[in-house]
Design a protein around this ligand. Structure first.
Ligand SMILES: *Cc1c(COP(=O)(O)O)cnc(C)c1O
Length: 396
């Protein structure tokens, strides 16, 4: 996930333009900024890239999920179905809105299993939140069909698949809202930052107001006199991030995805023909961002041998079976209802009663799939790593 690898002269030029004007803030300062609105420009270019009507930049990918849920009116008592293989942020956002995350199994796409999803839908379900994990698509066509049939909203957590597509259409643009992250390990980065995309104007307006303390952004009024339709919060992106985002977005197709796809293809060819290795199922390989090459090794001894050989050549790999931050079975703080709050909210009510409960072994299919799954992270500059892989595979 190598946006950071490409930071250079283009980002520097964009940032210096901000510093010369001294306006680090997206709103107000109209006379001082001399027509420079970097966050707004980033939003416009991002929406155009995704083919959606609206984009709203926010302070992180987690904030994007929260703002998306808020703008759909989600709160206590509502259930949101997501998947047991994702970064913890996905369900943190749901819990933080007072709603209840319900976890579905994944399949060999490493994303939501549509058959299992359908079993998790209850009368309280309001949203389906699939995650396009490790750079490639969930079975978004099936998921959208289920959502329509049950009249549910869809928020696509696209934090790990910026620039990905399914049958030519940008990931994040299928659901009611798509969310993105630009943190340190993502395909494009702004240091910290996130984005929401949508075609729904009223949803966009709500999101824009909620992420800025409820300001109604009435262009006729100075900021201090603007009205409010509801209470909000602060998830604003700053101009420095917007500036970097503009430069990064311009590199997404032309450098980042192009180089990743080239490197992934080379590595995939090196591993092809090894009987014990099977590749992750990707519903539309053409729309893969090629951020990871993910494989399954079904035999336990061979899996260990693969890890040992890669380790001996210092080749970075991720074994998802033991991963603490993405694998449901290892989220002890979730299973153990660990809260910073005095009486244990969001797990407990004030009277001590449990609002929900999770057990580490309740997603056996997800645990089993992840126990034999390894990803090789793909980056832009990895010629040395590729040479090491070339040598290592001769010993497999
Ligand atoms: C990175 C990530 C997020 C959160 O993004 P931040 O910008 O770090 O808050 C959310 N969901 C997934 C799947 C992620 O990988």
């Amino acid at each position: 996930m190598p946006g950071y690898e490409t930071i250079g002269e283009e980002e520097r030029r964009e940032v210096l333009e901000i510093l010369s004007k001294k306006v680090l803030f997206r709103y107000e300062f109209h006379s001082e900024r001399g027509g420079v609105y970097k966050v707004e420009q980033f939003e416009e270019e991002f929406a155009r890239y995704c083919g959606t009507r609206f984009a709203l930049a926010v302070s992180s990918g987690t904030a994007a999920l929260k703002v998306a849920l808020a703008s759909l009116g989600i709160g206590p008592g509502d259930e949101v179905v997501t998947q047991g293989f994702t970064f913890v942020a996905t369900w943190e956002a749901i819990l933080d809105m007072g709603a209840i995350p319900v976890f579905s199994e994944i399949d060999e796409t490493l994303c939501m299993d549509p058959d299992d999803l359908e079993k998790r839908i209850s009368p309280n379900t309001k949203v389906i939140m699939p995650v396009h994990m490790c750079g490639a698509q969930a079975r978004i066509d099936k998921i959208m069909e289920i959502a329509k049939r049950h009249n549910l909203y869809v928020i696509e957590d696209t934090a790990q698949a910026c620039g990905g597509r399914f049958r030519g259409k940008t990931l994040g643009s299928f659901g009611d809202v798509g969310t993105f992250s630009f943190d340190s390990v993502k395909t494009i980065t702004t240091g910290e930052g996130g984005m929401l995309i949508t075609d729904d104007e009223s949803l966009y307006i709500k999101a824009s107001q909620y992420h800025d303390h409820g300001h109604d952004h009435n262009p006729e009024l100075p900021r201090g006199l603007e009205g409010r339709d509801f209470i909000g919060f602060n998830f604003r992106m700053m101009e420095l991030q917007g500036a970097i985002g503009i430069a990064q977005l311009r590199k997404l197709d032309s450098i980042i995805l192009k180089r990743q796809r080239k490197n992934k293809k080379i590595i995939k060819e090196l591993l092809s023909g090894k009987d014990l290795i099977r590749f992750r199922h990707i519903p539309d390989p053409e729309g893969d961002t090629a951020t990871f090459l993910s494989i399954f090794i079904d035999n336990e001894d061979e899996l260990k041998r693969f890890k040992d050989i890669m380790g001996s050549y210092n080749i970075p790999i991720i074994y998802w079976g033991e991963n603490l931050w993405h694998n449901f079975s290892h989220w002890e703080h979730l299973h153990g209802q660990k809260s910073i709050q005095r009486y244990g909210y969001p797990f407990k009510d004030r009277d001590g009663s449990l609002r929900m409960r999770y057990h580490s072994d309740e997603l056996p299919k997800t645990s089993e799939i992840l126990s034999r799954c390894i990803s090789i992270p793909i980056s832009i500059y990895m010629d040395e790593t590729i040479e090491k892989i070339r040598e290592a595979v001769t010993r497999l």
